[in-house]
Design a protein around this ligand. Structure first.
Ligand SMILES: Cc1cc2nc3c(=O)[nH]c(=O)nc-3n(C[C@H](O)[C@H](O)[C@H](O)COP(=O)(O)OP(=O)(O)OC[C@H]3O[C@@H](n4cnc5c(N)ncnc54)[C@H](O)[C@@H]3O)c2cc1C
Length: 288
């Protein structure tokens, strides 16, 4: 199917992009990699009159470590994140997630800003973004906002972004100490999209006990959540198999699960428990 007619605009700076969004308020959409928006336009699920291509704004694509944070520009591709030494060293789970997105073509075009703004309940990044307490930096006509990940994901395909705001950067705190992280995913065989994805970030103290655990679960509910009961059950405990198993049994407590042609709600709730266990174990194995 062919998309409805639209006018194609190509700003070369972030300021110009924000001005264009403001000028065509409610009738325009930004396009980054186009790997989610263009299919939606072809299916006529989205029909913007103006398409503002931010793909040629050079100041939006970077990965830096700076002031105790990893700073990732919105236009950074999944491939750049998957292969970044900074990301692999400081938040391996995010590199895992990037490397499991679609195929190499998708990873070379799709961007982290586009993925977060799109907020597909089947997206991989949100588990790591939420578990790492990342902050999403946005720019709009009213200026800059810093939105904690815990407030950014509002519901299925819905974020805290205002209509005329652009995601500019993702900031992830870098934690020091004995920390490991991992993202594991159960993928649909045909599309590669997740049916369940879990990030675990685990910190051990000097005695080898679990000082902190952060667990983000994506694709199980309509939007990403933290498995708070599992996190609490792991804290202060030995990282032993029986402890991890018992704690991860709580990974879907109280969750209203999605149900679709790929998985029943009960199956997804069970996947959350199993994949939480695998993610916690993998994160601990990575602690040097
Ligand atoms: C075949 C295929 C397989 C895929 N498999 C997976 C998968 O396994 N896991 C996964 O997580 N994803 C998957 N995806 C989605 C892919 O990751 C997309 O790249 C991503 O979801 C959107 O990024 P984009 O840069 O392409 O955004 P676009 O398609 O350009 O935009 C998506 C939405 O975000 C908005 N937007 C884009 N950038 C910004 C910004 N900086 N600020 C504000 N709004 C913005 C747009 O207006 C639009 O509404 C797949 C896609 C395809 C086509």
């Amino acid at each position: 199917m062919i998309a409805q007619n639209f006018e194609y605009l190509v700003p070369t700076s972030l300021g110009d992009a924000v001005n264009l969004l403001q000028k065509h308020a409610g009738r325009a959409k930004v396009v980054a990699g186009g790997h989610s928006l263009i299919p939606m336009m072809k299916l006529r699920l989205a029909a913007p009159e103006f398409l503002i291509d931010i793909g040629r704004i050079p100041e939006l694509a970077y990965i830096k470590e700076d002031g105790g944070k990893i700073r990732i520009g919105a236009l950074t591709t999944h491939y750049a994140i998957e292969t970044s030494n900074v990301v692999q060293r400081s938040l391996t789970a995010l590199a895992d997630a990037a490397g499991l997105i679609g195929d190499i073509q998708v990873r070379n075009k799709g961007t982290i800003g586009g993925s977060l703004a799109h907020a597909d309940p089947a997206a991989d990044y949100p588990a790591s973004i939420l578990a790492s307490d990342a902050v999403i930096i946005t720019l709009g006509a009213q200026g800059e906002r810093q939105i904690p990940a815990s407030k950014f994901f509002v519901d299925m395909m819905t974020t805290a972004l205002e209509q005329n705001e652009i995601v500019r950067e993702i900031q992830i705190p870098v934690r020091s100490g004995r920390i490991g992280s991992a993202y594991v995913k159960m993928a649909q065989k045909a599309s590669g999209f997740a049916i369940c994805g879990v990030t675990a970030i685990v910190e051990l103290d000097s005695a080898g006990l679990i000082a902190n655990a952060a667990i983000g679960v994506t694709v199980v509910a309509s939007y990403v959540y933290r498995a708070g009961k599992t996190e609490a059950a792991l804290k202060g405990q030995k990282p032993a198999a029986d402890v991890i198993r018992a704690a991860c049994e709580k990974a879907s407590d109280g969750v209203i699960a999605l149900e679709d042609i790929h998985a029943s709600a009960d199956y997804r709730l069970d996947l959350a428990r199993v994949f939480a266990r695998r993610a916690v174990r993998a994160a601990i194995e990575r602690i040097g």
